[in-house]
Design a protein around this ligand. Sequence first.
Ligand SMILES: Cc1cc2nc3c(=O)[nH]c(=O)nc-3n(C[C@H](O)[C@H](O)[C@H](O)COP(=O)(O)OP(=O)(O)OC[C@H]3O[C@@H](n4cnc5c(N)ncnc54)[C@H](O)[C@@H]3O)c2cc1C
Length: 379
Amino acid sequence: MRTARDMGTAGDLLVVGSGVLGLAIAHRARRQGLEVTVLEETTRPVGSSIQNFGHACFTGQADELQDLALASRAGWLRAAADTGLWTATTGTVVPATTAAELRVLEEFAAHRGPEQVRMLSVAETRAALAHEELDVVGGALLPLDMRVDPRTAVPRLAAWLSTQGVRFRWGERVLHTADGVVRTTRGTYRADRVVVCPGTGVGGLFPEIADRHGITQCTLAMALIERPERLPAHLAVLTGTSLARYDGFAAMPGTAALRAELAVREPELTACVANLMVTGIDGGLLVGDSHAYDDSYEPFLDAGLSDLLVHRAAALLGIDSPRVIQRWLGRYSDAPGTTFVLEQPDAATTVAVVTSGVGMTLGFGLAERVLEGAPALAA
Ligand SMILES: Cc1cc2nc3c(=O)[nH]c(=O)nc-3n(C[C@H](O)[C@H](O)[C@H](O)COP(=O)(O)OP(=O)(O)OC[C@H]3O[C@@H](n4cnc5c(N)ncnc54)[C@H](O)[C@@H]3O)c2cc1C
């Protein structure tokens, strides 16, 4: 058997998966002085972590996850300072288009306070979205939320980590891991500790964990449309469907009425379990999304569904003829009623999976929890 040390990697920690979760863990461990190896079955990051909005929606998470969310925010800022990856700390704008949406925002502002939620007047909401005639009744700014560019953040982190001595083994699939022994398609490694962050690959490696939590796959219709010059690349916009979805907002008493309103006002968005939202990147506006759940995911992107999301987002932002640049189906692991799964199948192994589509938000906070929950890893 080859060991990580035999291979010259001197591995205190072996991370499986080069998504945001695996790399946040690698980043934190490297800062602690640990020697780290990352094994990734693809030859570059192509998983959920590059398919998404790049929206770190700290504020919308449940009250009990706020400490984790703020730890994650600090982690993103540290990673940005280290690597130069692009972040924006300009917050999220939530335009309210109806009184029911405004009520949820007002309740949320009263609940969380002005540091987390600033109510905006109609004029301020229109100014935030650079459109003087937007059909809104008010809005809110969530100033603590952050943005990253999902297409460059994780690749940038990987590139920087490799300059800091983290060993990357690309194109190497892990077949089995237990008790610090990791068998791959190219060999066998031994490491003091193994953290497995396989995203949608969890069922292949740890079927009993996937079964126990009911982990399935969620596919999401996404598009990149041309960004009008008036809208900045740091744009982050949530909508009424987001207020009905994210646990933090959804805990407000007004959400029941909002959901009832949406079912009548937006039956098509309700039917596709939409979280209509928009973020900006240099190359355009990221627009989505719908949610479909299946163990064996549907590979086809429905054109009508994609058009629905594009046109609703464009209408919201006052974009007359949206030009679609790309369309894709994103995919992540999902489990009912669970935001993330952290398990230790043996003393040397941790399995970490985000199961609710908020890995860009919580990834760095989970990295802290994974590493600090494992005393053997203390530098
Ligand atoms: C369309 C879409 C929109 C989203 N929007 C947001 C958002 O706005 N905000 C937010 O917070 N979150 C969002 N998410 C969720 C977020 O992207 C995920 O929660 C997060 O990226 C999960 O990170 P990860 O590292 O666990 O998974 P991944 O990025 O998928 O990484 C897992 C890696 O493990 C590798 N792997 C798997 N099995 C093996 C194996 N056996 N051997 C070796 N390597 C293996 C895979 O190849 C992959 O590279 C969105 C997701 C999607 C799809």
